[in-house]
Design a protein around this ligand. Sequence first.
Ligand SMILES: [Zn+2]
Length: 46
Amino acid sequence: MRRAQKKLTPPGLAVCPQCHEPKLPHYTCLNCGTYKGQAVIQVEEA
Ligand SMILES: [Zn+2]
């Protein structure tokens, strides 16, 4: 058994490098509004 991976995300999911929330790969993170380190959309903060 090989289990070398650390903290897997479910298939079809990526982790936002900005806020580390799971997000759709190749999509803007809806949590912080960034994509590839750039703010793409405006996110309202509670
Ligand atoms: Zn994010």
